[in-house]
Design a protein around this ligand. Structure first.
Ligand SMILES: Nc1ncnc2c1ncn2[C@@H]1O[C@H](COP(=O)(O)OP(=O)(O)OP(=O)(O)O)[C@@H](O)[C@H]1O
Ligand SMILES: [Mg+2]
Length: 368
Protein backbone atom coordinates (compact mmCIF):
# COMPACT_ATOMS: atom_id res chain seq x y z
CA UNK A 1 0.00 0.00 0.00
CA UNK A 2 1.08 3.57 -0.45
CA UNK A 3 -0.05 7.05 0.35
CA UNK A 4 -0.90 9.00 -2.79
CA UNK A 5 -1.74 12.35 -1.27
CA UNK A 6 -1.51 14.02 2.08
CA UNK A 7 -2.98 17.34 3.21
CA UNK A 8 -1.85 18.93 6.49
CA UNK A 9 -3.99 21.84 7.55
CA UNK A 10 -2.93 23.66 10.71
CA UNK A 11 -0.87 20.65 11.70
CA UNK A 12 2.28 21.74 13.65
CA UNK A 13 4.08 24.33 11.46
CA UNK A 14 2.20 23.29 8.29
CA UNK A 15 -0.38 25.98 7.71
CA UNK A 16 -1.36 24.19 4.53
CA UNK A 17 0.83 21.42 3.12
CA UNK A 18 -0.43 19.37 0.19
CA UNK A 19 1.83 16.54 -0.89
CA UNK A 20 1.67 14.08 -3.75
CA UNK A 21 3.95 11.21 -2.85
CA UNK A 22 5.77 8.75 -5.03
CA UNK A 23 4.92 5.08 -4.38
CA UNK A 24 8.64 4.52 -3.83
CA UNK A 25 11.15 6.66 -1.98
CA UNK A 26 10.21 10.19 -0.85
CA UNK A 27 12.92 12.33 0.68
CA UNK A 28 12.12 15.41 2.77
CA UNK A 29 15.27 17.46 2.96
CA UNK A 30 15.96 20.80 4.61
CA UNK A 31 17.56 22.68 7.46
CA UNK A 32 16.68 22.16 11.11
CA UNK A 33 13.25 23.23 12.36
CA UNK A 34 11.60 23.56 8.91
CA UNK A 35 8.83 20.96 9.29
CA UNK A 36 10.31 17.66 8.04
CA UNK A 37 9.56 15.68 11.20
CA UNK A 38 6.18 17.38 11.47
CA UNK A 39 5.27 16.07 8.03
CA UNK A 40 6.57 12.58 8.89
CA UNK A 41 4.48 12.67 12.06
CA UNK A 42 1.45 13.73 9.99
CA UNK A 43 1.83 10.69 7.75
CA UNK A 44 1.80 8.30 10.72
CA UNK A 45 -1.04 10.21 12.35
CA UNK A 46 -3.15 9.89 9.20
CA UNK A 47 -2.61 6.12 9.12
CA UNK A 48 -3.16 5.31 12.79
CA UNK A 49 -4.75 8.31 14.51
CA UNK A 50 -1.78 8.14 16.87
CA UNK A 51 1.05 10.69 17.11
CA UNK A 52 4.35 8.88 17.56
CA UNK A 53 5.83 12.02 19.14
CA UNK A 54 3.25 14.08 21.00
CA UNK A 55 2.53 13.23 24.61
CA UNK A 56 -0.77 15.05 24.25
CA UNK A 57 -2.48 14.71 20.91
CA UNK A 58 -3.65 18.34 20.78
CA UNK A 59 0.01 19.45 20.71
CA UNK A 60 -0.09 18.89 16.95
CA UNK A 61 -2.56 21.75 16.42
CA UNK A 62 -0.62 24.71 14.99
CA UNK A 63 0.19 27.44 17.49
CA UNK A 64 -2.58 30.03 17.57
CA UNK A 65 -5.14 27.80 15.87
CA UNK A 66 -8.02 25.94 17.43
CA UNK A 67 -8.23 23.11 14.99
CA UNK A 68 -6.15 20.97 12.68
CA UNK A 69 -6.94 18.47 10.01
CA UNK A 70 -4.98 15.75 8.29
CA UNK A 71 -6.38 14.00 5.27
CA UNK A 72 -5.12 11.80 2.49
CA UNK A 73 -5.76 8.94 0.14
CA UNK A 74 -3.87 5.67 0.11
CA UNK A 75 -3.85 2.99 -2.57
CA UNK A 76 -4.31 -0.48 -1.05
CA UNK A 77 -5.09 -3.93 -2.44
CA UNK A 78 -8.71 -3.31 -1.42
CA UNK A 79 -8.82 -0.09 -3.45
CA UNK A 80 -8.33 3.53 -2.49
CA UNK A 81 -8.86 4.48 1.14
CA UNK A 82 -9.56 8.11 1.98
CA UNK A 83 -8.89 9.11 5.57
CA UNK A 84 -9.86 12.46 7.12
CA UNK A 85 -9.00 13.33 10.71
CA UNK A 86 -9.95 16.57 12.41
CA UNK A 87 -8.82 17.76 15.79
CA UNK A 88 -10.37 20.56 17.81
CA UNK A 89 -9.37 21.91 21.20
CA UNK A 90 -11.71 20.50 23.82
CA UNK A 91 -13.38 18.00 21.47
CA UNK A 92 -12.86 14.33 20.59
CA UNK A 93 -11.03 13.84 17.33
CA UNK A 94 -13.23 13.00 14.40
CA UNK A 95 -12.18 10.38 11.87
CA UNK A 96 -13.76 9.55 8.54
CA UNK A 97 -12.82 6.63 6.34
CA UNK A 98 -14.14 6.86 2.78
CA UNK A 99 -16.61 9.51 3.93
CA UNK A 100 -18.10 7.52 6.84
CA UNK A 101 -17.50 8.81 10.37
CA UNK A 102 -16.00 6.20 12.70
CA UNK A 103 -17.73 5.73 16.03
CA UNK A 104 -14.46 4.53 17.61
CA UNK A 105 -11.00 5.93 16.80
CA UNK A 106 -9.54 2.40 16.98
CA UNK A 107 -11.51 1.42 13.87
CA UNK A 108 -9.00 3.42 11.83
CA UNK A 109 -6.30 0.86 12.62
CA UNK A 110 -5.59 -1.64 9.89
CA UNK A 111 -6.91 0.51 7.04
CA UNK A 112 -3.55 2.01 6.10
CA UNK A 113 -0.61 0.54 8.01
CA UNK A 114 2.58 2.40 8.80
CA UNK A 115 5.84 1.92 10.65
CA UNK A 116 7.52 4.98 12.14
CA UNK A 117 11.18 5.18 13.03
CA UNK A 118 13.22 8.08 14.35
CA UNK A 119 16.25 8.43 16.65
CA UNK A 120 13.92 8.57 19.62
CA UNK A 121 12.98 4.95 18.90
CA UNK A 122 16.23 4.08 20.58
CA UNK A 123 14.05 4.04 23.66
CA UNK A 124 12.85 0.72 22.30
CA UNK A 125 16.26 -0.59 23.31
CA UNK A 126 17.45 1.73 26.05
CA UNK A 127 14.56 2.78 28.16
CA UNK A 128 11.92 1.24 30.33
CA UNK A 129 9.99 -1.95 29.51
CA UNK A 130 6.93 0.25 28.93
CA UNK A 131 8.51 1.54 25.70
CA UNK A 132 8.96 -2.01 24.42
CA UNK A 133 5.41 -2.88 25.39
CA UNK A 134 4.18 0.22 23.56
CA UNK A 135 6.05 -0.90 20.45
CA UNK A 136 4.36 -4.32 20.63
CA UNK A 137 0.96 -2.77 21.33
CA UNK A 138 1.02 -0.33 18.41
CA UNK A 139 2.35 -2.97 16.01
CA UNK A 140 -0.14 -5.68 17.00
CA UNK A 141 -3.06 -3.24 17.12
CA UNK A 142 -2.48 -2.32 13.48
CA UNK A 143 -2.59 -6.00 12.56
CA UNK A 144 -5.44 -6.96 14.88
CA UNK A 145 -8.01 -4.41 15.88
CA UNK A 146 -9.51 -6.68 18.62
CA UNK A 147 -6.13 -6.51 20.34
CA UNK A 148 -6.41 -2.75 20.58
CA UNK A 149 -9.85 -2.96 22.19
CA UNK A 150 -8.83 -5.77 24.55
CA UNK A 151 -5.86 -3.68 25.64
CA UNK A 152 -8.16 -0.74 26.39
CA UNK A 153 -10.38 -3.12 28.39
CA UNK A 154 -7.39 -4.54 30.27
CA UNK A 155 -6.13 -1.08 31.21
CA UNK A 156 -9.57 -0.07 32.44
CA UNK A 157 -9.89 -3.19 34.63
CA UNK A 158 -6.36 -2.71 35.90
CA UNK A 159 -7.12 0.86 36.87
CA UNK A 160 -10.23 -0.26 38.76
CA UNK A 161 -8.36 -3.08 40.51
CA UNK A 162 -5.58 -0.68 41.52
CA UNK A 163 -8.12 1.77 42.86
CA UNK A 164 -9.69 -1.03 44.91
CA UNK A 165 -6.29 -1.99 46.34
CA UNK A 166 -6.11 1.46 47.91
CA UNK A 167 -9.59 1.14 49.44
CA UNK A 168 -9.77 1.41 53.25
CA UNK A 169 -12.55 -1.07 53.90
CA UNK A 170 -10.74 -4.43 53.89
CA UNK A 171 -13.89 -6.51 53.73
CA UNK A 172 -14.99 -4.84 50.51
CA UNK A 173 -11.51 -5.33 49.08
CA UNK A 174 -11.34 -9.06 49.79
CA UNK A 175 -14.87 -9.61 48.54
CA UNK A 176 -14.47 -7.67 45.33
CA UNK A 177 -10.93 -8.58 44.26
CA UNK A 178 -11.78 -12.03 42.81
CA UNK A 179 -14.26 -10.39 40.42
CA UNK A 180 -11.61 -8.06 39.03
CA UNK A 181 -9.01 -10.83 39.03
CA UNK A 182 -11.11 -12.97 36.75
CA UNK A 183 -11.74 -10.15 34.29
CA UNK A 184 -8.10 -9.11 34.38
CA UNK A 185 -6.96 -12.68 33.74
CA UNK A 186 -9.39 -12.94 30.84
CA UNK A 187 -8.21 -9.81 29.02
CA UNK A 188 -4.59 -10.25 30.17
CA UNK A 189 -4.25 -13.82 28.93
CA UNK A 190 -5.42 -12.73 25.47
CA UNK A 191 -2.85 -9.92 25.42
CA UNK A 192 -0.03 -12.19 26.55
CA UNK A 193 -0.81 -14.83 23.93
CA UNK A 194 -0.98 -12.24 21.16
CA UNK A 195 2.31 -10.67 22.22
CA UNK A 196 4.02 -14.06 22.35
CA UNK A 197 2.74 -15.02 18.91
CA UNK A 198 3.84 -11.67 17.51
CA UNK A 199 7.32 -11.97 19.04
CA UNK A 200 7.73 -15.48 17.67
CA UNK A 201 6.96 -14.20 14.19
CA UNK A 202 9.03 -11.05 14.61
CA UNK A 203 12.21 -12.78 15.84
CA UNK A 204 13.33 -14.46 12.58
CA UNK A 205 12.59 -11.34 10.52
CA UNK A 206 14.53 -9.16 12.97
CA UNK A 207 17.45 -11.58 12.90
CA UNK A 208 17.51 -11.55 9.07
CA UNK A 209 17.17 -7.75 8.87
CA UNK A 210 20.01 -7.28 11.33
CA UNK A 211 22.24 -9.75 9.51
CA UNK A 212 21.60 -7.81 6.27
CA UNK A 213 22.32 -4.46 7.94
CA UNK A 214 25.59 -5.67 9.51
CA UNK A 215 26.75 -7.85 6.61
CA UNK A 216 26.27 -10.96 8.75
CA UNK A 217 28.54 -9.76 11.57
CA UNK A 218 25.89 -9.59 14.26
CA UNK A 219 23.18 -11.96 15.38
CA UNK A 220 20.10 -10.27 16.83
CA UNK A 221 17.86 -12.38 19.05
CA UNK A 222 14.62 -11.10 20.48
CA UNK A 223 12.34 -13.00 22.81
CA UNK A 224 9.39 -12.08 25.00
CA UNK A 225 9.98 -11.87 28.74
CA UNK A 226 6.62 -12.96 30.05
CA UNK A 227 5.75 -14.21 33.48
CA UNK A 228 3.29 -16.70 31.99
CA UNK A 229 3.57 -18.71 28.80
CA UNK A 230 1.54 -21.30 26.92
CA UNK A 231 -1.90 -21.21 25.32
CA UNK A 232 -4.54 -18.76 26.44
CA UNK A 233 -6.28 -21.21 28.78
CA UNK A 234 -3.04 -22.12 30.54
CA UNK A 235 -2.08 -18.46 30.87
CA UNK A 236 -5.56 -17.54 32.13
CA UNK A 237 -5.34 -20.07 35.00
CA UNK A 238 -1.72 -19.26 35.87
CA UNK A 239 -2.40 -15.50 35.81
CA UNK A 240 -5.62 -15.85 37.82
CA UNK A 241 -3.83 -17.94 40.46
CA UNK A 242 -0.85 -15.56 40.39
CA UNK A 243 -3.16 -12.64 41.14
CA UNK A 244 -4.74 -14.54 44.04
CA UNK A 245 -1.32 -15.47 45.43
CA UNK A 246 -0.11 -11.90 45.31
CA UNK A 247 -3.11 -10.24 46.90
CA UNK A 248 -1.26 -9.44 50.15
CA UNK A 249 1.72 -8.10 48.22
CA UNK A 250 -0.50 -6.05 45.91
CA UNK A 251 -2.36 -4.59 48.87
CA UNK A 252 0.89 -3.51 50.47
CA UNK A 253 2.18 -2.05 47.20
CA UNK A 254 -1.15 -0.41 46.36
CA UNK A 255 -1.03 -1.64 42.75
CA UNK A 256 -1.14 -4.86 40.73
CA UNK A 257 2.35 -6.37 40.69
CA UNK A 258 1.84 -9.05 38.03
CA UNK A 259 0.42 -9.11 34.51
CA UNK A 260 1.15 -8.11 30.93
CA UNK A 261 1.62 -4.52 32.12
CA UNK A 262 4.86 -5.76 33.74
CA UNK A 263 6.19 -7.89 30.84
CA UNK A 264 9.18 -7.03 28.66
CA UNK A 265 11.00 -7.91 25.47
CA UNK A 266 14.54 -9.26 25.64
CA UNK A 267 16.93 -8.03 22.95
CA UNK A 268 20.42 -9.50 22.49
CA UNK A 269 23.27 -9.14 19.99
CA UNK A 270 25.76 -11.98 19.74
CA UNK A 271 24.55 -13.28 23.10
CA UNK A 272 24.84 -9.98 25.03
CA UNK A 273 22.00 -7.85 26.31
CA UNK A 274 21.85 -4.86 23.95
CA UNK A 275 20.73 -2.37 26.59
CA UNK A 276 23.68 -3.11 28.88
CA UNK A 277 26.56 -4.08 26.60
CA UNK A 278 26.18 -2.72 23.07
CA UNK A 279 27.49 0.48 21.46
CA UNK A 280 25.20 3.35 20.45
CA UNK A 281 25.48 2.33 16.81
CA UNK A 282 24.59 -1.25 17.62
CA UNK A 283 21.59 -0.11 19.63
CA UNK A 284 20.44 2.06 16.76
CA UNK A 285 20.89 -0.73 14.27
CA UNK A 286 19.06 -3.20 16.53
CA UNK A 287 16.11 -0.80 16.88
CA UNK A 288 16.08 -0.32 13.13
CA UNK A 289 16.22 -4.06 12.47
CA UNK A 290 13.21 -4.58 14.71
CA UNK A 291 11.30 -1.92 12.77
CA UNK A 292 12.36 -3.49 9.46
CA UNK A 293 11.05 -6.78 10.83
CA UNK A 294 7.74 -5.06 11.53
CA UNK A 295 7.52 -4.25 7.80
CA UNK A 296 8.06 -7.91 6.94
CA UNK A 297 5.52 -9.16 9.46
CA UNK A 298 2.90 -6.76 8.16
CA UNK A 299 3.61 -7.87 4.63
CA UNK A 300 3.31 -11.54 5.67
CA UNK A 301 0.06 -10.97 7.56
CA UNK A 302 -1.71 -8.55 5.21
CA UNK A 303 -0.09 -9.26 1.84
CA UNK A 304 1.19 -5.68 1.51
CA UNK A 305 4.04 -3.67 2.89
CA UNK A 306 3.00 -0.80 5.16
CA UNK A 307 4.34 2.73 4.69
CA UNK A 308 7.75 3.22 6.20
CA UNK A 309 8.57 6.55 7.81
CA UNK A 310 12.24 7.08 8.52
CA UNK A 311 12.79 10.32 10.37
CA UNK A 312 16.35 11.56 10.68
CA UNK A 313 17.83 8.10 10.73
CA UNK A 314 20.52 8.13 8.07
CA UNK A 315 22.81 10.53 9.90
CA UNK A 316 22.93 8.06 12.76
CA UNK A 317 24.31 5.20 10.66
CA UNK A 318 27.67 4.71 8.96
CA UNK A 319 27.67 4.90 5.16
CA UNK A 320 27.68 1.14 4.64
CA UNK A 321 24.67 0.69 6.92
CA UNK A 322 22.90 3.60 5.18
CA UNK A 323 23.39 1.98 1.76
CA UNK A 324 22.31 -1.43 2.97
CA UNK A 325 19.21 0.08 4.56
CA UNK A 326 18.17 1.97 1.40
CA UNK A 327 18.75 -1.11 -0.74
CA UNK A 328 16.31 -3.07 1.44
CA UNK A 329 13.48 -0.66 0.77
CA UNK A 330 12.50 -1.49 -2.80
CA UNK A 331 8.77 -2.17 -2.94
CA UNK A 332 8.15 -0.23 0.29
CA UNK A 333 6.83 3.31 0.13
CA UNK A 334 9.23 5.27 2.27
CA UNK A 335 9.09 8.81 3.60
CA UNK A 336 12.56 9.74 4.73
CA UNK A 337 13.74 12.96 6.31
CA UNK A 338 17.30 14.31 6.35
CA UNK A 339 19.09 17.61 6.71
CA UNK A 340 21.33 16.84 3.73
CA UNK A 341 21.77 14.10 1.16
CA UNK A 342 25.01 12.24 0.77
CA UNK A 343 25.37 11.80 -3.00
CA UNK A 344 27.40 8.64 -2.60
CA UNK A 345 24.66 6.98 -0.54
CA UNK A 346 21.84 8.02 -2.91
CA UNK A 347 23.73 7.23 -6.12
CA UNK A 348 21.62 5.11 -8.48
CA UNK A 349 18.40 5.55 -6.48
CA UNK A 350 15.21 7.08 -7.88
CA UNK A 351 13.30 9.28 -5.47
CA UNK A 352 11.05 12.31 -5.13
CA UNK A 353 12.85 15.11 -3.35
CA UNK A 354 10.87 17.62 -1.27
CA UNK A 355 13.01 20.52 -0.15
CA UNK A 356 11.32 21.77 3.01
CA UNK A 357 11.56 25.39 4.12
CA UNK A 358 9.44 26.97 6.88
CA UNK A 359 6.38 24.79 6.44
CA UNK A 360 6.44 24.88 2.63
CA UNK A 361 8.34 22.86 0.05
CA UNK A 362 9.56 22.60 -3.53
CA UNK A 363 9.65 19.26 -5.30
CA UNK A 364 11.92 17.57 -7.83
CA UNK A 365 12.22 14.06 -9.30
CA UNK A 366 15.60 12.36 -9.06
CA UNK A 367 16.04 9.39 -11.39
CA UNK A 368 18.71 6.83 -10.63
N1 LIG B 1 1.95 22.85 17.28
C1 LIG B 1 2.85 23.54 16.60
N2 LIG B 1 2.50 24.65 15.89
C2 LIG B 1 3.39 25.35 15.18
N3 LIG B 1 4.70 25.03 15.09
C3 LIG B 1 5.10 23.94 15.76
C4 LIG B 1 4.22 23.14 16.54
N4 LIG B 1 4.91 22.11 17.08
C5 LIG B 1 6.18 22.29 16.69
N5 LIG B 1 6.31 23.38 15.89
C6 LIG B 1 7.51 23.92 15.26
O1 LIG B 1 7.80 23.24 14.06
C7 LIG B 1 9.15 23.50 13.72
C8 LIG B 1 9.70 22.41 12.83
O2 LIG B 1 9.76 21.22 13.53
P1 LIG B 1 10.28 19.85 12.89
O3 LIG B 1 10.50 18.97 14.04
O4 LIG B 1 9.37 19.35 11.84
O5 LIG B 1 11.65 20.28 12.23
P2 LIG B 1 12.62 19.45 11.28
O6 LIG B 1 12.55 20.06 9.93
O7 LIG B 1 12.34 18.01 11.42
O8 LIG B 1 14.04 19.82 11.93
P3 LIG B 1 15.30 18.93 12.37
O9 LIG B 1 16.18 18.85 11.18
O10 LIG B 1 15.91 19.74 13.44
O11 LIG B 1 14.81 17.62 12.85
C9 LIG B 1 9.85 23.73 15.04
O12 LIG B 1 10.52 24.97 15.03
C10 LIG B 1 8.75 23.77 16.10
O13 LIG B 1 8.85 24.82 17.00
MG1 LIG C 1 13.31 16.51 12.45
Amino acid sequence: MFLKELKLNGFRNWNLGEFTFSPGLNVLCGNNAQGKTNCAEGVFFLCTGISPLASREKQVIAFGREEASVSGTAATSFGDVKVEISLKEGKRKQIKVNGATLSKAGDLLGNVNAVFFNPDELKLIKDAPSDRRRFLDVAISQLKRPYFYELLRYNKILEQRNRLLKEEDEETVWETLPVWDEQLAEAGSYIMVQRQEFCEKLAPYAKAAHAALTAGKEELVISPECKFTGDQKTIFHAFFEGLARRREQDLRAGFTTVGPHRDDLKIEINGSDVKTYCSQGQKRSAALSIKLAELDIMRAETGEYPLFILDDVLSELDKDRQKRLLSKLSGVQTVLTATHLDEEVFQGLSYRLFTVDHGTYTVREEKG
